[in-house]
Design a protein around this ligand. Structure first.
Ligand code: CO
Ligand code: CO
Length: 295
Protein backbone atom coordinates (compact mmCIF):
# COMPACT_ATOMS: atom_id res chain seq x y z
CA UNK A 1 0.00 0.00 0.00
CA UNK A 2 2.99 2.30 0.60
CA UNK A 3 3.73 3.24 -3.01
CA UNK A 4 0.11 4.10 -3.83
CA UNK A 5 -0.02 1.51 -6.57
CA UNK A 6 -3.24 0.60 -8.39
CA UNK A 7 -3.87 -2.76 -6.75
CA UNK A 8 -2.70 -4.98 -3.92
CA UNK A 9 -0.45 -7.90 -4.83
CA UNK A 10 -0.27 -11.18 -2.90
CA UNK A 11 2.40 -13.73 -3.89
CA UNK A 12 1.04 -17.29 -3.98
CA UNK A 13 4.48 -18.86 -3.59
CA UNK A 14 4.48 -20.67 -6.95
CA UNK A 15 5.63 -17.74 -9.10
CA UNK A 16 2.13 -16.34 -9.47
CA UNK A 17 0.43 -13.56 -7.53
CA UNK A 18 -3.11 -12.41 -6.85
CA UNK A 19 -3.83 -8.80 -7.80
CA UNK A 20 -6.80 -7.26 -5.96
CA UNK A 21 -8.63 -3.94 -6.10
CA UNK A 22 -12.02 -2.39 -5.32
CA UNK A 23 -13.71 0.61 -6.97
CA UNK A 24 -17.21 1.94 -6.51
CA UNK A 25 -18.81 5.23 -7.46
CA UNK A 26 -21.96 7.30 -7.74
CA UNK A 27 -23.61 8.14 -11.12
CA UNK A 28 -21.64 10.25 -13.60
CA UNK A 29 -24.14 10.05 -16.50
CA UNK A 30 -27.94 9.75 -16.64
CA UNK A 31 -28.18 6.45 -18.51
CA UNK A 32 -28.12 3.57 -15.98
CA UNK A 33 -26.65 1.21 -18.59
CA UNK A 34 -23.80 3.60 -19.47
CA UNK A 35 -23.08 4.24 -15.80
CA UNK A 36 -22.95 0.51 -15.05
CA UNK A 37 -20.51 -0.02 -17.91
CA UNK A 38 -18.28 2.82 -16.80
CA UNK A 39 -18.18 1.55 -13.19
CA UNK A 40 -17.21 -1.96 -14.30
CA UNK A 41 -14.61 -0.79 -16.83
CA UNK A 42 -13.06 1.47 -14.19
CA UNK A 43 -12.93 -1.34 -11.60
CA UNK A 44 -11.00 -3.51 -14.07
CA UNK A 45 -8.49 -0.79 -15.00
CA UNK A 46 -6.43 -1.19 -11.82
CA UNK A 47 -5.93 -4.88 -12.71
CA UNK A 48 -4.88 -4.06 -16.28
CA UNK A 49 -2.54 -1.30 -15.03
CA UNK A 50 -0.48 -3.95 -13.20
CA UNK A 51 -0.18 -6.13 -16.30
CA UNK A 52 -2.52 -8.65 -14.66
CA UNK A 53 -5.44 -10.67 -16.06
CA UNK A 54 -8.83 -10.35 -14.33
CA UNK A 55 -10.24 -13.62 -13.02
CA UNK A 56 -13.16 -12.99 -10.66
CA UNK A 57 -15.23 -10.06 -9.43
CA UNK A 58 -17.64 -9.33 -6.59
CA UNK A 59 -20.37 -6.81 -7.31
CA UNK A 60 -21.61 -4.09 -4.95
CA UNK A 61 -24.78 -2.04 -5.35
CA UNK A 62 -26.47 0.50 -3.08
CA UNK A 63 -29.90 1.60 -4.29
CA UNK A 64 -32.55 4.02 -2.97
CA UNK A 65 -35.50 1.70 -3.72
CA UNK A 66 -38.11 4.17 -2.48
CA UNK A 67 -36.90 6.83 -4.97
CA UNK A 68 -35.64 4.93 -8.02
CA UNK A 69 -37.23 1.97 -9.76
CA UNK A 70 -35.64 -1.46 -9.66
CA UNK A 71 -35.81 -1.54 -13.48
CA UNK A 72 -33.07 1.10 -13.45
CA UNK A 73 -31.04 -1.00 -11.03
CA UNK A 74 -31.41 -3.99 -13.36
CA UNK A 75 -30.02 -1.95 -16.25
CA UNK A 76 -26.98 -1.02 -14.12
CA UNK A 77 -26.36 -4.66 -13.20
CA UNK A 78 -26.87 -5.86 -16.78
CA UNK A 79 -24.24 -3.34 -17.93
CA UNK A 80 -21.76 -4.49 -15.29
CA UNK A 81 -22.31 -8.14 -16.24
CA UNK A 82 -21.84 -7.34 -19.96
CA UNK A 83 -18.49 -5.64 -19.29
CA UNK A 84 -17.27 -8.47 -17.05
CA UNK A 85 -18.23 -11.01 -19.72
CA UNK A 86 -16.37 -8.96 -22.34
CA UNK A 87 -13.32 -8.96 -20.04
CA UNK A 88 -13.54 -12.72 -19.43
CA UNK A 89 -13.95 -12.01 -15.71
CA UNK A 90 -16.35 -14.25 -13.76
CA UNK A 91 -18.72 -12.50 -11.36
CA UNK A 92 -18.80 -14.91 -8.41
CA UNK A 93 -21.05 -12.97 -6.06
CA UNK A 94 -21.98 -9.62 -4.68
CA UNK A 95 -23.97 -7.64 -2.20
CA UNK A 96 -26.69 -5.01 -2.44
CA UNK A 97 -28.14 -2.69 0.17
CA UNK A 98 -30.77 0.01 0.41
CA UNK A 99 -28.85 3.29 0.32
CA UNK A 100 -29.56 7.02 0.02
CA UNK A 101 -27.67 7.33 -3.28
CA UNK A 102 -27.03 4.86 -6.13
CA UNK A 103 -23.51 3.47 -5.71
CA UNK A 104 -22.06 0.73 -7.88
CA UNK A 105 -18.81 -1.07 -8.47
CA UNK A 106 -16.72 -4.18 -8.09
CA UNK A 107 -13.94 -5.79 -6.13
CA UNK A 108 -11.83 -7.53 -8.78
CA UNK A 109 -9.18 -10.22 -8.43
CA UNK A 110 -6.64 -10.93 -11.14
CA UNK A 111 -3.50 -12.98 -11.52
CA UNK A 112 -0.05 -12.21 -12.83
CA UNK A 113 3.29 -14.01 -13.12
CA UNK A 114 5.09 -12.24 -10.28
CA UNK A 115 8.25 -11.33 -12.17
CA UNK A 116 6.17 -9.79 -14.97
CA UNK A 117 4.21 -7.54 -12.62
CA UNK A 118 4.16 -3.91 -13.80
CA UNK A 119 4.11 -1.49 -10.85
CA UNK A 120 4.15 2.31 -10.86
CA UNK A 121 7.72 2.30 -9.48
CA UNK A 122 9.92 1.12 -12.37
CA UNK A 123 10.11 4.17 -14.68
CA UNK A 124 13.68 5.15 -15.68
CA UNK A 125 15.09 8.37 -17.14
CA UNK A 126 14.91 8.14 -20.94
CA UNK A 127 11.71 6.07 -20.93
CA UNK A 128 8.93 7.36 -23.15
CA UNK A 129 5.50 8.19 -21.67
CA UNK A 130 2.41 6.95 -23.50
CA UNK A 131 -1.28 7.68 -22.73
CA UNK A 132 -3.92 5.33 -24.12
CA UNK A 133 -7.15 7.40 -23.89
CA UNK A 134 -7.91 11.09 -24.45
CA UNK A 135 -8.43 13.39 -21.44
CA UNK A 136 -11.40 15.64 -20.71
CA UNK A 137 -14.11 13.35 -19.33
CA UNK A 138 -14.27 15.28 -16.04
CA UNK A 139 -14.96 18.49 -17.93
CA UNK A 140 -17.59 16.77 -20.07
CA UNK A 141 -19.46 15.13 -17.15
CA UNK A 142 -19.44 18.47 -15.31
CA UNK A 143 -20.87 20.16 -18.43
CA UNK A 144 -23.50 17.41 -18.65
CA UNK A 145 -24.67 18.11 -15.08
CA UNK A 146 -25.02 21.80 -16.01
CA UNK A 147 -26.91 20.99 -19.20
CA UNK A 148 -24.36 22.71 -21.47
CA UNK A 149 -22.81 19.65 -23.15
CA UNK A 150 -23.42 18.97 -26.88
CA UNK A 151 -24.71 15.41 -27.47
CA UNK A 152 -21.81 14.32 -29.67
CA UNK A 153 -19.24 15.42 -27.06
CA UNK A 154 -21.12 13.53 -24.34
CA UNK A 155 -21.31 10.42 -26.53
CA UNK A 156 -17.56 10.50 -27.14
CA UNK A 157 -16.85 10.85 -23.40
CA UNK A 158 -19.11 7.87 -22.65
CA UNK A 159 -17.31 5.85 -25.32
CA UNK A 160 -13.93 6.75 -23.77
CA UNK A 161 -15.05 5.94 -20.21
CA UNK A 162 -16.71 2.66 -21.09
CA UNK A 163 -14.00 1.10 -23.26
CA UNK A 164 -11.85 -1.57 -21.60
CA UNK A 165 -8.13 -1.11 -21.02
CA UNK A 166 -7.57 -4.82 -21.75
CA UNK A 167 -5.35 -4.37 -24.82
CA UNK A 168 -3.42 -1.54 -23.17
CA UNK A 169 -2.84 -3.88 -20.20
CA UNK A 170 -1.76 -7.03 -22.03
CA UNK A 171 0.57 -4.97 -24.25
CA UNK A 172 2.42 -3.79 -21.12
CA UNK A 173 3.88 -7.27 -20.75
CA UNK A 174 4.46 -8.03 -24.42
CA UNK A 175 6.33 -4.72 -24.95
CA UNK A 176 8.26 -4.61 -21.67
CA UNK A 177 6.71 -1.53 -20.02
CA UNK A 178 8.77 -0.35 -17.04
CA UNK A 179 5.85 1.28 -15.17
CA UNK A 180 2.12 1.92 -15.57
CA UNK A 181 -0.92 3.28 -13.80
CA UNK A 182 -4.49 4.10 -14.82
CA UNK A 183 -5.55 7.73 -15.05
CA UNK A 184 -8.60 8.35 -12.85
CA UNK A 185 -9.60 10.77 -10.08
CA UNK A 186 -6.26 12.56 -9.59
CA UNK A 187 -6.12 13.47 -13.27
CA UNK A 188 -3.26 12.92 -15.71
CA UNK A 189 -0.79 15.10 -13.81
CA UNK A 190 -1.74 13.67 -10.40
CA UNK A 191 -1.24 10.08 -11.52
CA UNK A 192 1.94 11.02 -13.40
CA UNK A 193 3.21 12.58 -10.20
CA UNK A 194 2.48 9.38 -8.23
CA UNK A 195 4.28 7.29 -10.83
CA UNK A 196 7.27 9.66 -10.78
CA UNK A 197 7.45 9.72 -6.99
CA UNK A 198 7.25 5.94 -6.74
CA UNK A 199 9.97 5.61 -9.40
CA UNK A 200 12.22 8.42 -8.06
CA UNK A 201 12.16 10.28 -11.39
CA UNK A 202 10.53 13.31 -13.06
CA UNK A 203 8.73 13.85 -16.36
CA UNK A 204 8.52 16.27 -19.24
CA UNK A 205 5.12 16.38 -20.95
CA UNK A 206 4.54 17.85 -24.42
CA UNK A 207 1.08 19.40 -24.09
CA UNK A 208 0.38 19.43 -27.83
CA UNK A 209 0.82 15.67 -28.03
CA UNK A 210 -1.66 14.82 -25.24
CA UNK A 211 -4.92 13.49 -26.76
CA UNK A 212 -8.06 15.39 -25.71
CA UNK A 213 -11.76 14.78 -26.30
CA UNK A 214 -12.92 17.15 -29.04
CA UNK A 215 -14.98 19.92 -27.47
CA UNK A 216 -13.62 19.49 -23.92
CA UNK A 217 -11.48 22.60 -24.14
CA UNK A 218 -14.41 24.80 -25.16
CA UNK A 219 -16.55 23.43 -22.32
CA UNK A 220 -13.75 24.16 -19.87
CA UNK A 221 -13.54 27.72 -21.19
CA UNK A 222 -17.31 27.94 -20.59
CA UNK A 223 -16.70 27.10 -16.93
CA UNK A 224 -17.17 23.32 -16.74
CA UNK A 225 -14.53 22.67 -14.08
CA UNK A 226 -15.14 20.20 -11.26
CA UNK A 227 -14.21 20.75 -7.63
CA UNK A 228 -12.12 17.57 -7.59
CA UNK A 229 -10.13 18.77 -10.58
CA UNK A 230 -9.48 22.11 -8.87
CA UNK A 231 -8.13 20.21 -5.85
CA UNK A 232 -5.94 18.14 -8.17
CA UNK A 233 -4.46 21.32 -9.59
CA UNK A 234 -3.94 22.90 -6.16
CA UNK A 235 -2.06 19.81 -4.96
CA UNK A 236 0.49 20.24 -7.77
CA UNK A 237 1.64 23.59 -6.42
CA UNK A 238 5.43 23.61 -6.07
CA UNK A 239 5.82 20.42 -8.13
CA UNK A 240 4.79 21.67 -11.55
CA UNK A 241 7.07 23.73 -13.77
CA UNK A 242 5.37 25.24 -16.81
CA UNK A 243 4.70 28.35 -18.84
CA UNK A 244 1.62 26.89 -20.54
CA UNK A 245 -1.71 28.66 -20.34
CA UNK A 246 -3.87 27.94 -17.26
CA UNK A 247 -6.53 26.25 -19.46
CA UNK A 248 -3.95 23.78 -20.79
CA UNK A 249 -2.87 22.83 -17.27
CA UNK A 250 -6.48 22.49 -16.14
CA UNK A 251 -7.07 19.98 -18.94
CA UNK A 252 -4.09 17.96 -17.69
CA UNK A 253 -5.37 18.08 -14.08
CA UNK A 254 -8.98 17.20 -15.00
CA UNK A 255 -10.29 14.28 -12.89
CA UNK A 256 -10.89 11.27 -15.17
CA UNK A 257 -13.73 9.06 -14.00
CA UNK A 258 -12.52 6.10 -16.04
CA UNK A 259 -9.42 6.93 -18.05
CA UNK A 260 -6.71 5.13 -19.96
CA UNK A 261 -3.33 3.80 -18.92
CA UNK A 262 -0.29 6.01 -18.48
CA UNK A 263 2.70 3.89 -19.43
CA UNK A 264 6.50 4.25 -19.31
CA UNK A 265 8.26 2.28 -22.03
CA UNK A 266 11.89 1.90 -23.14
CA UNK A 267 12.29 3.99 -26.36
CA UNK A 268 12.74 0.93 -28.57
CA UNK A 269 9.42 -0.54 -27.37
CA UNK A 270 7.24 2.49 -28.04
CA UNK A 271 6.47 1.96 -31.71
CA UNK A 272 5.24 -1.58 -31.13
CA UNK A 273 3.09 -0.59 -28.14
CA UNK A 274 1.45 2.34 -29.92
CA UNK A 275 0.76 0.19 -32.99
CA UNK A 276 -0.92 -2.48 -30.87
CA UNK A 277 -3.02 -0.22 -28.63
CA UNK A 278 -5.64 1.80 -30.48
CA UNK A 279 -5.65 5.45 -29.42
CA UNK A 280 -2.30 5.29 -27.61
CA UNK A 281 -0.14 8.41 -28.02
CA UNK A 282 3.36 9.44 -26.99
CA UNK A 283 2.94 12.36 -24.55
CA UNK A 284 6.39 12.94 -23.05
CA UNK A 285 9.44 11.39 -21.46
CA UNK A 286 10.83 10.38 -18.11
CA UNK A 287 13.68 12.59 -16.83
CA UNK A 288 16.13 12.24 -13.94
CA UNK A 289 15.25 15.62 -12.42
CA UNK A 290 12.39 15.06 -9.95
CA UNK A 291 10.07 17.71 -11.39
CA UNK A 292 6.93 17.70 -13.54
CA UNK A 293 7.59 19.91 -16.54
CA UNK A 294 4.90 20.72 -19.13
CA UNK A 295 6.11 22.29 -22.38
CO1 CO B 1 -5.59 3.08 -10.39
CO1 CO C 1 -8.87 2.29 -8.24
Amino acid sequence: MGSGDDAGVYALGDGRALVQTVDIFTPVVDSPYDWGRIAAVNALSDIYAMGATPLTALQYLAWPRDKLGLDLASAVIRAGMDVMAEAGCTVVGGHSIDGPEPTYGFAVTGTVILDRLVTNAGARPGDVLVLTKPLGVGVVTTALKRGICPDEVAAEAVRVMSSLNDRAGSALISHGATAATDVTGFGFLGHLRELCQASGVGAQVSFDRVPMIDGARRLLEEGAWAGGSARNLASLEGVLSTERHEIDIRLLADAQTSGGLLVALPPEAVEGYVREVEGAAVVGEVIADEVLRVV
